[in-house]
Design a protein around this ligand. Structure first.
Ligand SMILES: [Ca+2]
Ligand SMILES: [Ca+2]
Length: 261
């Protein structure tokens, strides 16, 4: 009996799995920003992660990636290439810093397409993707702008002219140090630098498209624009590095970086 059940079930399961795989490969036709990158852009870099890392060090992901936090906790695998996927594990306690993995990018207008998954291995998983220009000295560690995909919301933030501008950061730090509320003018100013929308994270694979056009930053998930924001820092002329961060586990695949301008 069991065998005959299996006979019926297996083709069904195979068909179901196949249809899921086909769907995952398809680009949603309404993904206008991906179409914009592909039609107007030059591909600067792509990675499908179909290899193994060579160790736990700074450059061991290969293909020009650097794990800036690798050497802080060399005994912990913070970046694992496995099954053709970049599996990120941020251990802030051990490394003394959230993970930061980056690769040369370099555009004024353009963006990134990738697939990501919050695999559900840890609580509060997030996907942080953005840009850094370390040659910019007026900003802490060159932090320009980030998209934060959190469990219940997505935030786009202009760090360059907001919280990571050294003057803004110093003023904000005084209040944080004293555990005081930010003064209304500073709070209102920082609010203009970011946009937050509700979102419900799950543990599936998703297509992400992140683009910059002039002073606008736009983020799409599965072909749908979920959040856009305009802020002067987004127009920074050199998005020099593509940077990933995470609060715990994050899986990434099929990264493509495009320069339109
Ligand atoms: Ca591996
Ligand atoms: Ca892959």
């Amino acid at each position: 009996m069991i065998l005959s059940h299996r006979k019926h079930l297996l083709p069904l399961l195979a068909a179901w799995a196949l249809s899921g795989a086909v769907q995952a490969q398809q680009v949603a036709p309404q993904d206008k920003d991906r179409a914009w990158l592909e039609s107007k852009g030059t591909l600067l870099f792509e990675d499908d992660f179909e290899r193994e890392e060579t160790g736990n060090g700074l450059k061991d992901i290969g293909k020009g990636w650097e794990s800036a936090t690798a050497d802080r906790a060399p005994h912990i695998k913070q970046a694992d290439l496995d099954q053709g996927i970049l599996k990120i594990y941020s251990n802030e306690k051990a490394a003394g810093h959230g993970i930061h993995i980056h690769h040369d990018a370099g555009f004024t207008d353009g963006g990134t397409t990738l697939r990501f998954r919050l695999p559900g291995l840890n609580k509060g998983e997030s996907c942080i993707v953005g840009h850094v220009d370390r040659e910019l000295k007026s900003v802490h560690a060159g932090h320009l702008c980030y998209a934060y995909l959190n469990p219940t919301n997505i935030m786009l933030r202009d760090s360059k002219t907001g919280i990571h501008d050294l003057k803004v950061q110093a003023r904000r730090a005084e209040f944080l140090k004293r555990k005081e509320k930010l003064p209304p003018d500073l709070d209102a100013f920082l609010q203009t630098k970011q946009k937050v929308v509700s979102w419900k994270a799950d543990n599936e694979w998703h297509e992400l498209t992140l683009v910059f056009e002039g002073d606008e930053m736009r983020l799409s998930v599965d072909g749908k624009v979920l959040v856009t924001h305009r802020s002067e820092g987004f127009a920074h002329p050199m998005k020099r590095w593509l940077s990933f961060g995470a609060t715990s586990t994050l899986w990434i695949d099929d990264v493509k970086v495009w320069k339109v301008k």
